[in-house]
Design a protein around this ligand. Sequence first.
Ligand code: GLU
Length: 446
Amino acid sequence: MSIRVRFAPSPTGRLHVGNIYVALNNWLFAKKQGGKFLLRLDDTDRERSTLAYAAVIEDDLKWLGLVWDEFTRQSDRIDTYEAAAAKLKASGHLYPCYETAEELALQRKVQSSLGKSRVYDRAALKLTDADRQRLEAEGRRPHWRFKLDPRNVEWNDLVRGPQHIDESSQSDPILIREDGTFLYTLPSVVDDVELKVSHVIRGNDHVTNTATQIQIYEALGAKAPTFAHLPLLVDASGEGLSKRLGSLSIMQMREEGLEPMAINAYLARIGTGHAVEAVTGLEALIADHDLSKFGKTSPRFDPEELKHLNARLLHALSFDQVKPQLAALNFAQVDPALWEAARGNLEKIGDIALWQQICRSEIAPVVPDGGFAAKAAELLPGEPWDGDTWKTWTQTVQKTTGKKGKDLFMPLRLALTGLDHGPELKALLPLIGRDRALKRLRGERA
Ligand code: GLU
């Protein structure tokens, strides 16, 4: 069987970490199995779907490196859904209902007050042709429900194990609205059949849909795919993510300067029991991807942990790996030596600006003891400088001034960088160069 999976976002908002968690697991699964990853835009909700959201979804996925092999959008395929609906109507699986939303709400209220289940009572199935003609003459238009077989639907879920849902506890789902537009349920099944999707990997908020959709596959004479329902992410305090989605959007993370691979590496491992590591490429994540490692417990998404992982990742990235990004961010003066000297001090790639400034541009030095700094300036060796210059120089300064340890190193750091912390001076000194070092030790801006 050829492996085909799909990520099916609705272009009604920006992608957030919860969506990417699903997208990434689909992508990794496809790559590991040598299969195909499809991007399908579920844009049947005409009022809320926009082209602008569709464009940013594509852009965010590309930025993360989750590139798709095939692309479809549901709004291009309405005819196909119409054909499937006609088939279901003809076979009696889809039936017209005329209740208004208010009537249905009232019905549920009455059922609740009588202690009955709130399942739709199928009153529409009892309508005669004459009833329907009368209702239509009153100006009512039908919505269409799928007639569920009230049985136990079973499947073997790749994440959750054997599942069963008693469909007698479910209302017949509405597949087509009064205005003739399709809800999500039917187009998704029709596409999964026609696009030959072999595995549906999605969030566990769709578990109940799955039982219903399995019945729709069967009614269409198709074989249901294999399902895998991932647990939904929660935040650091264990709450669902829905309230804070804005701050967890991929756009926000891009703006904050997080690395796409930090997001991928973090989302690929949380919830799997596998340690979160600063993995620098998607290939390494493909190798150990395994849906059976996910439990039912919700993985915690902690932005602080992601920030730390981002820093660890930067510390591990070579100059060649970040070169395109540095160029895009206009850090033209960052060369391999500067990158290697400073990367261990970065939390975000943009932090390199500070070290570029210190090594390649002008700063105000901090010189608390002018006499000591002037002496150190006099003792600066001639160029060329290398990785040993710092040691040779500070040994001479120590011998001459009698200062050692922090009393020796801190004033030199403050004068040379203007800061009391930072990368090893051994690496920075040759990058700062003799001219600047001399001036800074004399308390001049340089
Ligand atoms: N558009 C649906 C959603 O975003 C897709 C669900 C599915 O994967 O079937 O929830």
